[in-house]
Design a protein around this ligand. Structure first.
Ligand code: ARG
Length: 452
């Protein structure tokens, strides 16, 4: 009996998790529909055991109406071919110098990689969640190349750079629900094959197509700062510093970040760097608010600011559960609408994560200019973060600009939190007269104050 109860509880918990997850993902499912994403993975990713699951996830994205351009690299595959032929090609920085005799190896490796990906996408997806779905994958002469030329006195021979991508053709293919597949090669107007950097093909394509996202699947979890901490979001102007850091480490990440910079400067709103080895990374990044890897974006992804009338709905979602538990006093929609200018919020990608209000208290001539901080609330999934402190600091700053020197807070449950934030015990008598008159003796809140 005991056992049955336990497993029911687990099933119930899983259902709850699932519901919670699905409700939070739904806005992203709608947001991503019909948008164009360019996804690049390098040759190592193709060889990794997780690659089959990446292909499943790609199939899933496709079925949700996302327009996909896949770009693959083939560096280890090319190296393997060269080794078979006992050939070597020098690298200059990150670029291979493709000699005429090495070109067949490049063609062989790139062609084979393409077939491998096409085959995986054609599997009938029998063992995948997408069983029965049919995917049309198209590649072709979509990227025009030109020679990289002679630089620093070095002739790069058949190494090229992207000259243009055929936007019209790709758009047509995407509109017809094809997945476009591009490799690290392009053809020149003189009919030659050039070896290209996959990162560059992906970036140029994302820019030309005005893609919503450029996604790099690399061998690291994302971008790390010099202290080794994963950065969940970075803004384009921080990129230079990371590019130097990764260049010094001779990491391929430098190429992704160079691409990210280029893309961000040219209108691609979000660039993501994700681990290819992590099962489900694409799904987690795209359908959750916090993602899993690093996102480069210029837009205010998260900000602390004063609230406006559009925030009322989000505030209600945040406050109602806390009001129901008696932690906060009930505020009607009308009241929130009238008081909205007193509120500060933290917004993250369209969701209100935290709020707090600052109500100036009318004071008489011999009282210190004071205000009450009220309605401090943080979204349950973000309680462990420091969003509460952030919003409190924001309102303290705001109070200073209003020449307010004394803050009060009345609370029944969260005394310790305010004590940790520099408030000290006070009594009802310490409140300015105007606020004393409104004190609710039944609620019996504790009074705290802070001089700022
Ligand atoms: N799911 C959202 C998107 O696809 C947000 C991802 C946030 N990722 C991050 N690393 N902060 O745009």
């Amino acid at each position: 009996m005991q056992k049955i109860q336990d497993s029911t509880a687990i099933v119930h918990q899983n259902t709850q998790d699932y519901l919670h997850w699905f409700r939070h993902s739904a806005p992203y499912i709608n947001a991503h529909r019909n948008k164009t994403f360019v996804v690049m993975f390098d040759g190592e990713a193709i060889q990794h055991e997780n690659f089959q699951y990446i292909i499943h996830d790609i199939a899933l994205l496709h079925s949700l109406g996302i327009r996909l351009v896949l770009v693959y690299g083939a560096r280890p595959q090319i190296n393997a071919q060269l080794q078979i032929q006992h050939l070597q090609t020098p690298f200059h920085d990150v670029r291979r110098i493709t000699t005429r005799e090495a070109l067949p190896c490049v063609m062989q490796a790139v062609g084979a990689a393409r077939m491998q990906i096409e085959a995986l996408l054609s599997m009938g997806l029998a063992n995948s969640p997408m069983f029965g779905a049919r995917i049309d994958v198209v590649s072709g002469n979509l990227v025009t190349a030109k020679p990289y030329g002679i630089r620093d006195g070095i002739d790069f021979q058949l190494t090229g750079e992207v000259r243009s991508v055929d936007v019209d053709a790709m758009t047509r293919l995407l509109e017809r629900h094809n997945i476009v597949l591009l490799g690290p090669v392009g053809y020149s107007t003189t009919g030659e094959v050039f070896n290209l950097l996959a990162e560059e093909v992906a970036t140029k394509t994302a820019i030309a197509l005005k893609a919503e996202k450029l996604i790099f699947l690399g061998n690291q979890n994302g971008v790390f700062n010099s202290q080794g901490q994963l950065q969940r979001e970075i803004v384009p102007h921080q990129l230079d510093q990371y590019i130097t850091q990764y260049q010094q480490a001779q990491s391929q990440m430098a190429l992704y970040l160079q691409g990210a910079k280029d893309a961000a400067l040219n209108g691609v709103q979000r660039v993501h760097v994700l681990p290819y080895a992590h099962d489900g990374a694409l799904i987690q990044e795209l359908f959750t608010r916090d993602g899993i890897g690093t996102m480069v974006t210029d837009a205010h992804y998260e900000e602390v600011r004063m609230a406006n009338i559009q925030d009322v709905g989000g505030l209600i979602n945040l406050l109602r559960p806390l009001e129901e538990q008696g932690i906060l006093v009930y505020r009607s929609r009308e009241r929130l609408e009238t008081e909205i200018n007193q509120f500060a919020v933290i917004e993250r990608d369209g969701t209100i994560l935290a709020c707090a209000a600052l109500y100036p208290i009318p004071t008489t001539a011999n009282e210190i200019a004071s205000a009450e901080i009220a309605c401090v609330a943080v979204h349950p999934s973000y309680r462990k973060s420091n969003r509460g402190s952030q919003i409190l600091h924001f309102l303290e700053e705001k109070a200073r600009t209003l020449n307010i020197h004394q803050l009060f807070v009345l609370t029944t449950r969260t005394a310790h939190w305010f004590l940790e934030h520099g408030f000290s015990h006070a009594t009802v008598d310490d409140l300015p007269n105007a606020r004393q008159a409104l004190y609710n003796y039944q609620r019996n809140s504790l009074v705290f104050k802070k001089i700022i």
